[in-house]
Write a protein that binds this ligand. Structure first.
Ligand code: NAI
Length: 295
């Protein structure tokens, strides 16, 4: 039986948008956390930014005095994966690519204890496919957070064909202990939320390609209809590179079903480095926190 507790050492791999958020939430729940990124300096930079964000929350009275420092102190940068060999749980949030995720997990199997759970934050890739060829596919599970991780309640707990039920249960219980709303799903392309959201984005791209409305008009319309964010500002938040990779993965997994087809305009944004908030420009220019339309 796989058990996890709030003091299980956690290794978060990938210190981008999602990894930094996952590290923060885990440290807030009490875990000692290692944060690792392949890119030199990325984990330290993410930790600095995260610590600054926690200080700002403390200044606003949303964290008790001293809490920001205490939470940030639970997170350590791992210079190499070997530094984090004591982890009982890994959550990977690296690039949305099955080969990269599978080879990372294969490497971790050689480093971590056989009981360690290997969780992936993939938005769309089959959990069964990530586990394929590994020594311990029963330990592999999806733990899919939503952006921004500290604010969004949902965690999809995704089981591949070989995931042990006890592993999925342990992740469900842990996510609940972190204050999240955990939902079980079987591994199908896009799981629950991205399965439903892909055609929503696809229709947005179709409207844009038809020049039926500007991104700002589409966002204003959907906000006015009661959505918390419009689809264009949401895609800027997600990151167009990641969002395109997810769309391509769901499209391929559905044997090229038109409903999930990526858009040429989406590809253009990525090729132009207009990745959204993370690069400063996407549909909007995000300089100094303001969102002014680019397209
Ligand atoms: P990101 O591009 O912000 O960060 C990815 C980080 O992983 C980068 O810092 C990169 O240097 C690092 N990295 C890449 N390959 C690596 C490797 N082999 N080992 C260690 N580090 C490596 O990406 P983001 O948005 O954080 O996405 C990460 C994962 O989370 C993807 O699988 C994505 O589909 C998923 N996800 C993304 C969401 C979003 O809204 N952006 C929402 C939910 C899931």
């Amino acid at each position: 039986m796989s058990t996890l507790s709030l003091d299980t050492p956690l290794l978060v791999i990938g210190a981008g948008i999602m990894g930094a958020g996952i590290a923060q939430v885990a440290a807030q729940a009490g875990h000692p956390v290692w944060l690792y990124d392949l890119r030199e300096g990325a984990a330290a930079q993410a930790l600095d930014k995260l610590a600054g964000g926690l200080q700002a929350l403390e200044a606003k009275g949303k964290l008790a005095a001293g809490q920001a420092q205490a939470i940030a102190a639970r997170i350590r940068v791992a210079g190499t994966l070997e530094d984090a060999a004591g982890a009982g749980l890994v959550v990977e949030a690296i690039v949305e690519n099955v080969g990269a995720k599978r080879s990372l997990f294969a490497q971790l199997e050689g480093l971590l204890s056989p009981d360690a759970i290997l969780a992936t934050n993939t938005s769309s890739i089959s959990i069964t496919a990530i586990a394929q060829g590994l020594k311990r596919p029963r330990q592999v599970v999806g733990m899919h957070f939503f952006n921004p991780v500290p604010l969004m309640k949902l965690v999809e707990v995704v089981s591949g064909l070989e995931t042990a039920p006890a592993v999925a249960e342990a992740i469900h219980a842990l996510a609940s202990a972190w204050g999240k709303t955990a939902v079980h799903a079987r591994s199908t392309p896009g799981f629950i939320v991205n399965r439903i959201a892909r055609p929503y984005y696809a229709e947005t791209w179709a409207l844009l390609q038809e020049q039926a409305a500007t991104p700002a008009a589409i966002d204003a319309a959907l906000r006015g209809a009661g959505f918390r964010m419009g689809p264009c500002e949401l895609m800027d938040l997600i990151g167009h590179d990641t969002n395109l990779a997810v769309t391509e993965s769901v499209y391929q997994a559905n044997y090229g079903d038109k409903r999930f087809q990526p858009s040429l305009l989406q590809r253009e944004l990525v090729d132009g480095g207009l990745l959204g908030r993370k690069s400063g420009r996407g549909f909007y220019d995000h300089a100094a926190g303001a969102a002014t339309p680019v397209l």
